[in-house]
Structure formats: structure tokens, C-alpha cells
Design a protein around this ligand. Structure first.
Ligand code: 5RP
Length: 267
């Protein structure tokens, strides 16, 4: 492993251990576990706390990868739809830990690099607290605006709608949206845990509310650029789009926090 890659790994590990130390409490009963390589260290950090700490907890995965991680670590596995119902409502998860592909100044996220975005969003919104673990010094992830480093928004679509969704995305200003192909060893499209496809849609860097000038016309666009929440709203209106990898507005009643440690700099 190159020294830059090993710095990234140690930053991810340090951020994951810090996030678990700060946000996983012995009183927690239902814990969401996201997807990706950083979450592997989240699970390591939970296991390092010992069975007396995590034994009473139940872990809810965001897809087949995290299901495998939970099982392999010997943690108690359940599922979103298996939570107990109290007063007609499924109990909230106490906390959910996940990774992120890009994070902006307002803590909006791009997720879905690993094609798990739909279940990741379901778990995130079912949790009282959502912790996106991304080492802030990881040069690949922190940007003032989304779509600066991670250039595309992953979008989960019903396969038969893909041609129409591609047309709509182009009309919305995405220059070259494309259906993601499978792993190098597999031919064909990348199929999600939900049997859907992923379209990766490039957009110019996304604006924050503070970027919109007072003369802005309310369209959510400014010089061909979209504001994050307006773009999210418009994308979710397109028939055939099941969910999008833009996670915005989580910085209000649900906390998003980032690991503050790790010093991985661009080589
Ligand atoms: C998967 C995700 C991941 O959380 C995201 O891609 C970050 O992954 P990593 O921790 O490997 O950088 O959204 O769909």
C-alpha cells in the first residue's frame, strides 16, 4: 500500500474509533450500520468495546455488505422491518453510523459510491442521530460544495425507467449521466440490493442557500447551478427514481457529525 493510501486508511480508522467513542452509548439498543470501507472500522470499534457493552444492542444493516459485517463480528443482527412497535410506531434507532463520499460546508453529503444509498437513507432517517464518519482531513471527501471532488450524484432507478430518467437528467443540466456498470469481474449493470440500477449523474458544483443572490428567481438555480435541496426535490419528482444519493437537511433535528481526526493529505 502506498504511503498516501495508508494515511487514508489510518484517517478512516481514527475517525471511526472517535465516532464510536463519542456517539455510541451503553444505553443504546438499536444501532444502524452503514456501508463502505470506513464502516468496517466502525464495526471494529464497536467490537473493541467488548460484549458487556454491545451485548444488549441490536444492529440494523443498510445492505448485504453491512449484514455480512455485523454477522462476522458476532453482533446481534436484525432488520428495519423487524423493530418492535410501540404505540403503533416502530421504535427509532438510537444512532446510525455510515460513511460518505463527499461532504460540504453545511454537512450535506453525497453517498452511494457503493450502491447502497436507498437502504442507507432509510436507516439514516429511522435514527435519532445519524453519524457520517468521514475523516475531515481525508483529501478525497471534504469540499466546500458537493460535486466538486465526487463529481456525480448516484441515483437508484427502476431498470425499465433508466432511458427516460437519463433523458430527464440531461434536461436538468446533467451533461453525461450514465448507468453504472457492474464490478470489473461482472458484465452488465450494477444491480443494487433492491434489484435496481444506479445512474451516476454529473452536475456542476451544488450551491448552498447562502450562495443564492437576493435576485435569485426562486428556481433553485443560479447561472446553471442547482442549490442542493432544490435539486434533491426535483430529482425525487422524476418517475422511476427510487432514491438519490444526496443526503441533505440532516443537520437539523438529526445530528450529522464527522470524525475530526486523521491527516490524510493529497499526495
Ligand atoms: C455506499 C456509501 C459509502 O458509505 C460511501 O461510498 C463511503 O464509502 P467509503 O467509506 O468506502 O469511502 O455510500 O453506498
Amino acid at each position: 500500500m502506498s504511503s498516501a493510501a495508508s494515511l487514508v486508511e489510518s484517517a478512516k480508522k481514527a475517525a471511526a474509533f472517535q465516532a464510536v467513542d463519542e456517539h455510541l452509548l451503553p444505553s443504546h439498543r438499536f444501532v444502524g450500520i452503514g456501508s463502505g470501507s470506513t464502516v468496517v472500522y466502525v464495526v471494529d470499534a464497536i467490537v473493541a468495546k467488548g460484549p458487556d457493552f454491545y451485548g444488549p444492542m441490536t444492529f440494523i444493516p443498510t445492505g448485504s455488505q453491512s449484514k455480512g459485517l455485523i454477522r462476522a463480528a458476532g453482533l446481534k443482527l436484525s432488520n428495519l422491518d423487524e423493530r418492535p412497535v410501540v404505540d403503533g410506531q416502530s421504535v427509532a434507532l438510537d444512532v446510525a453510523f455510515d460513511g460518505a463520499d463527499e461532504v460540504d460546508e453545511d454537512l450535506n453529503l453525497i453517498k452511494g459510491g457503493g450502491a447502497c444509498l436507498f437502504q442507507e437513507k432509510l436507516v439514516a432517517i429511522a435514527a435519532k442521530k445519524f453519524i457520517a464518519v468521514a475523516a475531515v482531513k481525508d483529501y478525497r471527501k471534504q469540499s466546500p460544495r458537493l460535486c466538486t471532488k465526487w463529481l456525480t450524484i448516484p441515483i437508484e432507478v427502476l431498470p425499465l425507467s433508466a432511458p427516460d430518467v437519463l433523458t430527464r437528467l440531461r434536461a436538468m443540466g446533467s451533461p453525461k449521466p450514465a448507468v453504472r456498470s457492474g464490478l470489473p469481474s461482472k458484465a452488465g449493470e450494477c444491480v443494487t440490493d433492491n434489484g435496481m440500477w444506479i445512474i451516476d449523474a454529473p452536475f456542476p458544483p451544488l450551491l448552498l442557500p447562502k450562495d443564492l443572490s437576493s435576485s435569485e428567481d426562486g428556481s433553485g438555480k443560479n447561472a446553471g447551478k442547482w442549490e442542493v435541496s432544490r435539486l434533491a426535490q426535483e430529482l425525487l419528482r422524476v418517475p422511476g427514481i427510487v432514491e438519490i444519493g444526496l443526503f441533505h437537511g440532516f443537520n437539523g433535528n438529526q445530528a450529522v457529525s464527522l470524525g475530526q481526526v486523521g491527516q490524510a493529505q493529497k499526495p
